[in-house]
Write a protein that binds this ligand. Structure first.
Ligand code: DGT
Ligand code: CA
Ligand code: CA
Length: 585
């Protein structure tokens, strides 16, 4: 394996960690850390420099002794000093240094006196109350360690995108306003607009990196500091969300942003593409031999690989690289493309605003139509409408539309799809509506065959227009129903029906891959807020995020159509019983 600068930096960092735990000379520890950073960010490939006989002491922070070590690492992949340090201390002990409140001296005590060698063992020792008996530790320190570890080890917890972005946005603004900071960007799953986020990754450039990490760990929303170094730090925000900050050199910023945006699968694919061209791609740049040929911007990184810049939403190694190479990247739908919203509630069922207030709010948000789709009677808990109340609402909307300017209310219903696939209201009243949004609110766990048949039957109803939140999942609390999406999509296509991408942050249903399937089969997706209040109309942006991850373009989205083009698509004539395929899906 060819040794790259990052590998050398890793060796030096581990040496510094181990020396520190063993109580080594602080100057020596710092020298290794400085060297690690300097080499990691050095624009030329050190291995190539050695091959050319260049003087390694040209690299900042590298003197005679460290130059020898660099040669040793390049020649052998490691160095004797690291091997001997590792022989004295298991390398998992190094991870203990990252726990707030644990310096090298304490880590050494824990290791020697309690035989703690890993974070898991540390948590166990704290939970069993063995730590506070050590010299220099007390019950407070022990409790602090335990609290920190529980935050850190609970890696499985994921946050809804909306929760994560609401936490991240003020932090990003605050960071950007710090005097030393030059650039700040979110990376990771947050930047890829994933429906859930494990932790937040932030990249920055700054004149004084250490000053920025120092301020970062003192941000007023911090509940724990997991790590704090001169160029990187990790904190846990109140509410439990972890944030990793890395401060990088401007020349590396684009490469680091690409790397830490991920996904991991996309990174692997980029690296492979680089290898085919004789290039090395990592978080410091793109290198040909010893020369960094790209890295300052993301565009430069992609360009060096013969690709246009790829939107982060698509970076999942699911065809985006091939599309980029063939100049066939989708022009992703934007919030500004949406002309209306086809699933909203009012005071009549479980909404919190009047029809008029919802209509005006939609207009203010640049929408020109809004479908009123209150619940049907089966959903008694939501004060669902029966045929009589729905008929009254239809009349009310007609009157309102006569008064409203700039926005049109469409008459709809979110009708329950009953267990057997029938709809919860009589055909006659459904036939008076502009659109019928059908939704499952019960029996989520039917076997696949029955659940799918239930939906297909609903799609066969002559009035059915849009299948709402098709999988019924709730991100934190309900798994997606087991349905055969392909059969549902084929039926929707045949019946002229549409699938909803419900934009509520806890739903985001359709999922991204399902959006793409709908697109591939020519079934339009309706990005709906499902707003129960004026403010929830802003959920649309979360729906658009998800649609972009699903490769949707403006033309793939039902409510990106202006009203005049929408009306014929909603018209029931397309779904008349005459073109029904009598039961066989
Ligand atoms: P998350 O936090 O679970 O929602 O998902 P990400 O994608 O934000 O993942 P995270 O925070 O573990 O890492 C951020 C990015 O860093 C990730 O998307 C790709 C990059 N990355 C992390 N570890 C590796 C790795 O081992 N190999 C490669 N190629 N990239 C990695
Ligand atoms: Ca992350
Ligand atoms: Ca992370």
């Amino acid at each position: 394996m060819p040794i790259h600068n990052a590998d050398i930096a890793d060796v030096f960092n581990e040496i510094a960690d181990l020396l520190e735990i063993q109580g080594g000379n602080p100057f020596r520890v710092r020298a290794y850390r400085r060297a690690a950073r300097s080499i990691g960010e050095y624009p030329k490939n050190v291995r190539a420099m050695i091959a050319e006989g260049a003087d390694l002491k040209a690299i900042p922070a590298i003197g005679d002794d460290l130059a020898l070590k660099v040669r040793e690492i390049v020649a052998t992949g490691s160095c004797a000093l690291l091997a001997s340090l590792r022989a004295q201390l298991p390398s998992a002990v190094v991870a203990l240094l990252r726990v707030p409140g644990l310096g090298p001296k304490r880590v050494r005590q824990l290791y020697e006196q309690l035989h703690v060698q890993s974070l898991e063992q540390l948590e166990q020792a704290a939970a069993e109350g063995r730590i506070h008996e050590l010299h220099g530790f007390g019950p407070l320190t022990e409790a602090h360690i335990l609290a920190n570890l529980q935050g850190r080890l609970d890696k499985s917890r994921r946050f809804q995108f909306a929760q994560a972005s609401q936490r991240a946005e003020p932090l990003l603004v605050w960071l950007a306003a710090l005097p030393d900071v030059e650039r700040v960007e979110a990376a990771g799953s947050l930047r890829r607009l994933r429906d859930t986020v494990g932790d937040i990754d932030i990249l920055a450039t700054a004149r004084e990196p250490a000053e920025v990490t120092r301020r970062f760990v003192a941000y007023d929303d911090v509940s724990a500091v997991l790590a704090h170094g001169p160029t990187r730090a990790s904190i846990v925000l109140r509410g439990g969300l972890q944030v990793d900050l890395r401060v990088v050199q401007p020349a590396c910023f684009g490469a680091a942003l690409t790397y830490f945006t991920g996904s991991k699968a996309h990174n692997v694919a980029l690296r492979r593409l680089g290898q085919d061209r004789g290039l090395k791609v990592n978080e410091y740049g793109v290198f040909r031999g010893d020369v960094r040929i790209a890295g300052e911007t993301e565009e430069s990184v992609y360009e060096s690989l013969g690709l246009p810049w790829i939107p982060p939403e698509l970076r999942e190694d699911s065809g985006e690289i091939e599309a980029a190479r063939g100049a066939a990247l989708p022009a992703l739908v934007t919030r500004g493309d949406l002309r209306g919203d086809l699933h909203t509630h009012s005071l009549a069922s479980d909404g919190h605003a009047s029809l008029r207030a919802m209509a005006l709010a939609a207009c203010e948000r640049g929408l020109s139509y809004l479908a009123v789709t209150d619940h049907s009677k089966r959903l008694a808990i939501a004060h669902g409408l029966d045929a009589r109340r729905l008929a009254a609402q239809i009349d009310e909307i007609d009157q309102l539309n006569a008064q409203l300017a700039g926005v049109t209310l469409l008459k709809g219903i979110e009708v329950d799809i009953l267990e057997d696939g029938r709809l919860d209201l009589p055909d006659a009243v459904l036939a008076r509506l502009d659109l019928v949004v059908g939704a499952i609110h019960s029996h989520f766990d039917l076997p696949r065959e029955r659940q799918t048949d239930r939906i297909l039957r609903a799609l066969d109803h002559p009035s059915m227009t849009i299948l709402a939140h098709p999988f019924g999942r709730l991100i934190d609390s309900r798994n997606p129903s087991d349905i055969d999406l392909l059969r549902v999509i084929r039926k929707a296509s045949k019946r002229g029906c549409f699938l909803e991408l419900n934009a509520q942050p806890e739903r985001l249903d359709l999922m991204d891959t399902a959006c793409r399937m709908a697109k591939d089969h020519g079934v339009l997706v309706s990005i709906n807020s499902d707003a129960h209040s004026v403010a929830q109309l802003d959920n649309l942006r979360y729906g658009v995020n998800q649609a972009r991850r699903g490769w949707l373009e403006k033309a793939d989205v039902l409510n990106a159509r202006p009203l005049a083009q929408l009306r014929p698509l909603l018209a029931r004539t397309m779904r008349s019983p005459a073109c029904e395929t009598s039961g066989s899906p």
